[in-house]
Ligand binder design. Structure first.
Ligand code: A2P
Length: 280
């Protein structure tokens, strides 16, 4: 077996903060359902929750963690910011407000990971720089224990060298599953020690009837979703499946008792629909 277990973590090259390899995504979970979904995930055993300002459920993520009775330090929480304010000070305050929404306004409140959500920020390069600098400030203040980016291409990460005092970023969170392997940016991040987080690891639920995936599921007596989560884990990615349904939340976690063999991994690799840029 690959040695992966529910307590496995990965630590980015440029950071000391371990990230659990499996996390719970709350994209599109409405605020009124988010507390119950997060509590179900925490009861199942997930110790990572991935939210964002844009999801409008940061407060509920924080409330669920407090209500669960699990120690704050035992749960890894990520949020993201894709907007800048009118001034650098406003941009920083937007980020600091996220920490408050999730973790309260005590001086020692923190999130474990804070990401620049998208590269397409108002003002382009100037906007990316401004949000990153706000995150660096949070990092130095201890309010974000690690910082990274999301949806960044190689050139966006390279561009950061012009202004970042922390480089490489600890994480790049991108869409990763067999049909979206993004091999160019993945290889670049691996070389740089940037941890890869996989969002939409279930291809947003759109491939559950795929014939190859179903056959592989049958072979291991696992569901298509479990094969997809396990595939991402074996790729070395931090995998963030989203579900509102307690049964499926449990199903997506139950992936540590089987291993996809090499030949079958290659079969899944062949499903890729993304281009492989020359820079691999
Ligand atoms: P639901 O929230 O009703 O469970 P991704 O993580 O790739 O973004 O995929 C999320 C989508 O996949 C959601 O529509 C979610 O629906 C669905 N989903 C989550 N877990 C499973 C599962 N185990 N089997 C089938 N669909 C799932």
């Amino acid at each position: 077996m690959s040695g992966l277990s529910s307590t496995s973590t990965t630590t980015p090259g440029n950071s000391k903060i371990p990230i659990p390899v499996l996390g719970f995504g709350v994209y599109q979970i409405p605020a009124d359902k988010c507390i119950a979904a997060c509590k179900a995930a925490l009861e199942t055993g997930y110790r990572q929750i991935d939210t964002a300002q844009l999801y409008r459920n940061e407060e509920q993520v924080g409330a669920a963690i407090r209500q669960s009775g699990i120690k704050r330090s035992d749960v890894f929480v990520t949020t993201k910011q894709g907007l800048r304010g009118d001034t650098p000070g406003d941009t920083y305050r937007l980020a600091a407000d996220s920490v408050k929404r999730i973790a309260g306004d005590r001086a020692d409140a923190y999130v474990d990971l804070f990401l620049v959500h998208i590269p397409w920020i108002r003002g382009e390069a100037e906007g990316r720089k401004e949000v990153w600098q706000a995150l660096e400030r949070l990092f130095h203040e201890g309010k974000a224990r690690s910082i990274g980016v999301s949806n960044y291409s190689i050139h966006h990460i390279e561009e950061m060298k012009e202004y970042a005092t922390i480089w490489p970023p600890h994480v790049n969170q991108i869409e990763l599953h067999p049909w979206s392997q993004q091999r160019g940016v993945v290889a670049f991040c691996e070389r740089q020690g940037i941890a890869l987080q996989a969002y939409s690891p279930l291809a947003e639920g759109t491939k559950m009837n795929d014939i190859v995936l179903r056959r592989i599921g049958d072979k291991y007596a696992k569901t298509p979703a479990q094969v997809l989560v396990r595939y991402g884990l074996q790729k070395g990615w931090v995998v963030l499946p989203k579900s509102e349904n307690p049964h499926r939340i449990g199903e997506n976690y139950n992936v540590f008792d089987f291993e996809i063999d090499e030949q079958t991994m290659e079969e899944l690799d062949k499903l890729d629909k993304t281009e492989t840029p020359d820079e691999v």
